[in-house]
Design a protein around this ligand. Structure first.
Ligand SMILES: Cc1ncc(COP(=O)(O)O)c(C=O)c1O
Length: 490
């Protein structure tokens, strides 16, 4: 008999189950020809004894290999290696040896330099990020339980098939309730289109509505990713000033008086990146202009859930009886960026058209994830998490702003943000922000040198310093590094 104990080495430190290790080792030995086709394997009891495992473990491995076609189990006779092995060696396309994958295409591609801006990534080291949630607070245990339970529930197997392009009905129902209760948007499930995050919503909408040359108005500082989408669609993107009350709506009116405007992109709750809130008067005026001039208001409400100064102003979409606003939101900030579920709220005719467009690049979203989040909404788990996170981030904002003021003094200036997860910070003009960021990085603290927010400006003195994802301790460590490096820099 072959020395199976040597042929099937088991490592009990691995998380891979022993039955899987046995099955994988046997496949390897069969492929190598060490265990040949038609060979009879030892009985499960004998093999279990040789390997020092429970007999059930060997039976599980045998069953798995039988299901895959490697083994044949014949009652009263035993377990045999199949005569026809399931591994089929593919025929090479040509007789010459494969050259490896090409490093360059053999055809031409169209370069899009305006898309070549590095993406912001979550880093494992100490950082002041762009304004990210604390992933350690995310309700992943509950989400994971819901996800697993859905997969285990036989009656919900249809969720694993092709589903509604617009998102599952249950998700859209729960989201409609949530949007009504949390921000006064009177949407029905028919007003909701589910996406894989806000940026997909912005892309689909722009692709559908914009023709090359269409005028799109954005803040002079605005969300880079949205700008890139508008540029990709060939829009004529014009910049509108932003002051302490948000987008200067009078400037929008002045442009409308001169030329047709197709779309205005706005982050009214906390303007990105400067964090200011669009005043109620300007919101009313913007809605009125949209009706008068017929432009689309694309309302990106990326961080509605995190507001610390009294009652937040309700979104533009909550007062849009004329159907001029397309409201975009996502769970990427309220749960975590990795869970790609976002949404668009707009009249049902647009939902239908967006669905036709989405279908040609992405048949549907992650229906199981949508269902898992919908159950969390129905059970009030998302709402509970947001209440706790809001309280935590509020305290962190206060602590961070105090630290910045007391530790860095005149080296920085900022307005305490009414909400969101980052402070729009201006550094003293004598400080080279690019060098400061590099110096801090060498000492273990990452933050953006400001170029991401103003890629074409001659000099940059502002950046966003995210506070929400860091504990008070981490904020203190980060500010200490910032102080040390700032002193060197001035
Ligand atoms: C202005 C703005 N909109 C939207 C988003 C969220 O995008 P997504 O939901 O695609 O992750 C972000 C994320 O940082 C953002 O800053």
């Amino acid at each position: 008999m072959l020395p199976y104990a040597t042929l099937i080495p088991l490592d009990r430190q691995l998380s891979t189950p022993l039955s899987t290790q046995i099955a994988n080792a046997l496949i390897r030995r069969i492929r190598q020809g060490v265990v040949s086709a038609n060979a009879k394997l030892p009985g499960s009891r004998v093999l279990a004894e040789m390997l020092g495992v429970h007999r059930k473990t060997v039976l599980a491995a045998f069953d798995e290999l039988t299901a895959q076609g490697w083994l044949t189990q014949i009652p009263a006779k035993g377990t045999f290696v199949s005569s026809q092995l399931p591994d089929v060696t593919p025929c090479p396309l040509t007789s010459s040896a494969p050259a490896g994958m090409a490093q360059q295409t053999g055809f031409t591609t169209r370069k899009r330099p305006f898309l070549e801006i590095p993406v912001l990534k979550t880093v494992a080291t100490l950082s002041f990020d762009d304004g990210m949630p604390d992933l350690r607070l995310a309700p992943v245990a509950q989400l994971g339980r819901n996800y697993r339970n859905i997969l285990n529930r036989g009656f919900q197997q249809h969720l694993m098939g092709y589903a509604d392009t617009n998102g599952t009905l249950f998700f859209r129902q729960q989201l409609a309730n949530y949007l009504r209760d949390s921000r006064g948007i009177p949407a029905t499930p028919d007003h909701i289109f589910t996406t894989r995050g806000s940026i997909m919503a912005i892309y689909l909408l722009s692709k559908l509505l914009l023709e090359p040359g269409d005028v799109v108005l954005v803040g002079e500082l605005s969300y880079q990713s949205a700008n890139m989408v508008f540029d990709e669609c060939g829009a004529n993107r014009l910049k509108i000033p932003v002051d302490a009350q948000g987008l200067v709506v009078a400037a929008i009116e002045a442009i409308c008086q001169k030329q047709p405007v197709r779309l205005v992109y706005v982050t009214p709750h906390h303007h990105y990146p400067t964090t200011v809130t669009l005043s109620a008067e300007r919101r009313i005026k913007l809605l009125q202009l949209a009706e008068q001039y017929g432009f689309v208001v694309l309302e990106d409400d990326y961080d509605y859930d995190f507001h610390y100064a009294g009652s937040p102003i309700l979104p533009l979409a909550s007062a849009d009886a004329a159907g001029m606003v397309v409201y975009v939101g996502s769970f990427t900030k309220s749960i975590a960026p990795a869970f790609r579920v976002g949404y668009m709220v707009c009249p049902p005719n647009l939902v239908a058209e967006i669905g036709y467009l989405r279908r040609i690049i992405d048949r549907q979203g992650d229906t199981i994830l949508e269902q898992a989040i919908a159950e969390m909404l129905a059970e009030g788990e998302v709402q509970k998490h947001l209440k706790k996170a809001q309280k935590t981030y509020h305290a962190r904002r206060d602590h961070f702003c105090d630290l910045l003021k007391t530790t860095l003094g005149d080296a920085v200036s900022f307005t305490i943000p009414d909400g969101g997860m980052a402070v729009w910070t201006e550094f003293d003009k004598a400080i080279d922000l690019h060098q400061l960021a590099a110096r801090c990085r060498d000492r273990g603290l990452m933050f953006n040198n400001g170029r991401f927010y103003q890629p074409t400006a001659p000099t940059v003195h502002h950046t966003r310093l995210g506070f929400a994802s860091k504990t008070p301790d981490e904020l203190e460590q980060g500010v200490a590094v910032l102080k040390k490096c700032t002193m060197h820099n001035v």
